[in-house]
Design a protein around this ligand. Structure first.
Ligand code: HEM
Length: 100
């Protein structure tokens, strides 16, 4: 099992706007070979931002890499980052391989 998490720092007060972007998105994950689950996670709030993570679960690093090079990835990100007022900078990608 392989997990890809992208951490987003969202400007305080813009949390609902960010959640709406994800709720309204056109998802292309269903049917992607090796894709298992997706969650949007809301974390702690700090002085000037709230932490979120997009959390995706895959069968293996290979199927995840294949998806990042796919048309499904390109389509899902065609508008990503366009609502510049909600983000405090670019997201932070973290990749994990399950060892147990
Ligand atoms: C390899 C790096 C990345 C991974 C693993 C990743 C992961 C994901 C996943 C799993 C989805 C849902 C796709 C779907 O439902 O079909 C998604 C969509 C999205 N991603 Fe990424 N992403 C990456 C890069 C980025 C970057 C650089 C941004 C910049 C802001 C970003 C922002 C977004 C947003 C905002 C959406 C929702 C799409 C929309 O606006 O409708 N992602 N991402």
């Amino acid at each position: 099992m392989f997990i890809a998490m992208n951490r987003f720092k969202i400007v305080k007060g813009m949390e609902e706007d960010f959640i709406e972007i994800w709720k309204r998105r056109e998802s292309y994950l269903e049917g992607v070979p090796g894709f298992r689950e997706f969650h949007l996670l809301q974390g702690q709030s700090y002085d000037d931002y709230t932490l979120f993570a997009s959390h995706s679960v895959w069968d293996s690093p290979q199927v995840f890499e294949d998806w990042t090079r796919s048309e499904a990835f390109r389509l899902a990100h065609a508008r990503a980052g366009s609502a510049k007022n909600v983000y405090m900078g670019p997201p932070n990608l973290e990749l994990f391989e399950a060892v147990i």
